[in-house]
Ligand binder design. Sequence first.
Ligand code: F6P
Length: 369
Amino acid sequence: MRRLGILTGGGDCPGINAVIRAVTKSALYRYNIEMIGFNNGFKGLVENEAWLIGEAAASGILHRGGTILGTTNRDNPFSFRVTGAAGELSYEDRSADALRHIDEWNLDGLIVVGGDGSLTLAHRFTEMGLPVIGIPKTIDNDLGATEVTFGFDTAAATATEALDRLHTTAESHHRIMVLEVMGRNAGWIALQAGMAGGADIVLIPELPFNYEQIIAKVLQRRSRGKRFSIVVAAEGSFPEGLAPVYRSSGGGRKKLGGIGEIVSAELERRTGLESRATVLGHLQRGGSPTPFDRVLATRFGVAAVELAAAGRWNEMVCLQSGTIRGAPLTEAIAEIKRIDPGNEQLRAAAAVGISFGCQLPVPRQIGSR
Ligand code: F6P
């Protein structure tokens, strides 16, 4: 019987379990391939913490958030964190251990479910001869080659629900409400949720904003009798001439965060209107996947096994024009997918009055050539 490995790396997102289920079931049913799961991303591969994912473990998890394999966004096999006897930290290259464990488990190849960090590591392993298939996973939707990653739809749905809730309280109190959402250096969650949740102002990292434009929008609304305003701020958004805001977090790693509070305070100071900020945080990563994400994750999982069975290694499954395909892993990780100023969705949002806190270049209409 043939065997494949699977690991889930980086920040979790809703739909990973649906992928594990689809990979395991389709591998078994269609190709008689066994799946070996490595716990906690590349850490499990380095430390050989692995198990056979049978049919039972893959059952009943379609709707469950998180990942039954566990994950980490810290452990890089090429610079692996080692804690010494006295608690001191050092880093060593453990990639050879990882490859040895692939051999010991007799695996034909490895399926890596990850975002750009995990898929970049996966790519480094392909250069050492390890056959890999990638599956794009991130709420941020910032991976190249695919139109959408699984997890994004659920995160955007959670952010939309938050906006619906903020709307009613904003209206009652005649306040400005600022919702900070995740997304790293891409504004996909902010744009999607802002549009779906009827936000008045959406701030995204791709378009540095200025406060005058935001205030103009708030005041314009007031002149039309709307005494509240809803602002969505992507965590990576920032004012013109400044840089994204970071908050420190455990392990000394830099983490984006804090712009929502800054924008809220600045708007209150400059307009004299009451303003409140909410940081949605990891609520966007937890919980059950939406039907869209369950189905996309299932299609990705099935396609990943198909690619492996066909020997099409070093590709990532992706969604292009509604169809699941394989694309070179290198294409997926070449650069982060961000919102282009000419993006049609961005234009549609602007056309219904959403302000991006800046002057957009002259719109190109769909009918024009
Ligand atoms: O990449 C997914 C993501 O949720 C980002 O949107 C966010 O910036 C980051 O991960 C948060 O990471 P952590 O879970 O380590 O705080």
